[in-house]
Design a protein around this ligand. Structure first.
Ligand code: FES
Ligand SMILES: [Fe+2]
Ligand SMILES: [Fe+2]
Length: 497
């Protein structure tokens, strides 16, 4: 069910987004702000970059707004204590005055940075941005009034003005949140695909002219997307960076070269060809980079992995295969791990079908549901313990697979709480069946295939380990008792609720 609050706020913001009459004043304000910057030339550009946060790696506006939010909230608390006649009331009053003033200074700085970012927005975001600015200026105006009132000794009125400003500030913050989280202003818009992880041919070198960027594409099978890359030849050297500008997705391959950087045609962010770092804003975020080499007259590129990216490189795969050769001598051989798991998937699928086909009031339904829960838990357990850690070096699917296991466990817990004859149970059972099927199919279609890189011998060794643990989980009294206790507690909790 949709909450009234969100539909009210959405409707209000929708009206702002649709308010075309805001465009005229917006245009005038943007021009008024841009003029002195243009007149100031290079120093103006420096100030602009500083206010965007090009040097900082993130926009600075959200960092600066913490100053008024923090100090004005503090002032509200101190004012309240003062108004309630707390001891040392005069000291609270003095501290409150100081907090309001400090907040006003911070608000001016935040407004300057925000205005700079706002200039580069368009359409609906620009209208919401203008409303955000108007609301926050109102808050600032109220606080300035409050400062004047306090100065003249009208403390009561001063406190009221500050309290009103605090409330107005919250509306402004809501609009700011909308700009970032819904309208995606200030967030990284570049393609961060990890592909291609090995060198891939993209263009005959002869086709890339000096100083004329060219667009090529690489395919990312996981994202199911063509990732555009801009190739640039400068003084004979070839560079490659992601073609979607991190600022708002502008086409860098349609940009131009200036002072050793590639300039975005949309708002003029300039990126260093060597490092991908923004040299000029509004962008604050580096572009994705690619290693480049020329083989037999063909340009080949490979994605330079970013710090923290757990990507699988051809070197990793070679290394994993070598490990397999040295460790797998005379280890016991069974079926391959993917075969063992696939068979278990099939078992789970058939149990789902059996339960779904049973009449709702069949007493065996609950028993079978418990057995299914038991097998599902075992399945996740042996994968978490043995299979996923072994496959991690050669597959990028593991983090998502772990997350899906968590989701399956949540859904299973919710399903077990329901009486097997209820309509909700049917609904949850179907959802769980779908979730298990999606998860198992993506393992079968992607992870199991990538796992083949470990080599047949290692897969058979893992298969043996999986079968041993499967057996142990099914037979060990302690394990069985523990799992059953857990399952019955979940089912019990459902009856009581
Ligand atoms: S999209 Fe704004 S500078 Fe590139
Ligand atoms: Fe799994
Ligand atoms: Fe699985």
């Amino acid at each position: 069910m949709k909450s009234n609050h969100s539909s009210f706020a959405d409707a209000a913001i929708g009206r702002i987004e649709a308010a075309e009459w805001l465009d005229g004043p917006g245009f005038q304000l943007a021009n008024a702000v841009a003029l002195p910057q243009r007149l100031a030339g290079t120093p103006g550009k420096r100030v602009r970059n500083a206010l965007h946060g090009t040097w900082y790696g993130h926009p600075v506006h959200p960092m600066l707004v913490t100053i008024p939010i923090g100090t004005w909230t503090l002032a509200l608390g101190l004012d309240t204590l003062g108004a309630l006649g707390a001891k040392h009331g005069q000291e609270y009053d003095r501290a409150a005055d100081l907090a309001v003033q400090a907040g006003a200074a911070g608000a001016v700085a935040a407004a300057a940075a925000g205005l700079m970012d706002w200039q580069q927005t368009h359409g609906r975001s620009r209208r919401v941005g203008l409303a955000h600015a108007l609301v926050n200026s109102t808050a600032l105006g109220l606080q300035l009034t409050s400062i004047a009132l306090r100065w003249r000794g009208h403390r009561r009125e001063g406190r009221l003005a500050s309290a009103a400003a605090w409330g107005v500030m919250f509306v402004g913050a809501y609009l700011g949140g909308h700009l970032v989280y819904r309208r995606r202003q200030g967030v990284d818009q570049a393609d961060r695909s990890v592909e291609p992880r090995g060198f891939k041919s993209v263009l005959p070198a002869a086709e890339l002219e000096e100083g004329r960027p060219r667009r090529v594409e690489v395919w990312d099978a996981v994202e199911r997307a063509h990732i555009p890359v801009a190739l640039v030849r400068q003084r004979g050297r070839i560079f490659a960076m992601g073609a979607r500008c991190s600022h708002m997705g502008g086409p860098l391959d349609e940009g131009w070269l200036l002072k050793g950087g590639l300039v975005c045609p949309w708002h003029g962010s300039r990126y260093d060809l060597e490092s991908g770092q923004p040299l000029d804003g509004p962008s604050t975020c580096p572009q994705p980079l690619y290693d480049v080499r020329v083989r037999n007259g063909i340009i080949e590129i490979r994605r330079q992995q970013e710090p923290g990216a757990a990507a699988v490189t051809p070197e990793d795969i070679k290394h994993a295969a070598q490990m397999e050769q040295s460790s797998a001598e005379d280890s016991p051989l069974g079926r391959k791990a993917d075969e063992v798991l696939f068979e278990h998937h099939q078992l789970l699928r058939s149990m789902f079908r059996r339960i779904e086909d049973m009449p709702p009031d069949d007493p065996q339904r609950r028993d079978l549901m418990r057995t299914l829960a038991f097998e599902l838990e075992i399945h996740e357990h042996i994968e978490d313990e043995i299979f996923y850690p072994a496959v991690r070096p050669v597959s990028e699917d593991i983090p998502v697979a772990y997350a899906e296991h968590q989701q399956l466990a949540d859904l299973l817990a919710a399903t077990l709480k329901l009486p097997t004859s209820s309509p909700e149970f049917e609904e949850y059972l179907r959802a769980l069946h779908k979730a298990v099927d999606h998860h198992a199919s993506s393992e079968e279609h992607s992870m199991f295939i990538e796992a083949q890189r470990l080599g047949e011998r290692r897969l058979r060794e893992l298969g043996h380990e999986l079968e041993m643990m499967l057996e142990e989980q099914r037979t060990s009294r302690f394990q069985r008792a523990f799992k059953e206790l857990k399952i019955s507690l979940l089912a019990q909790a459902g009856k009581e609720a």
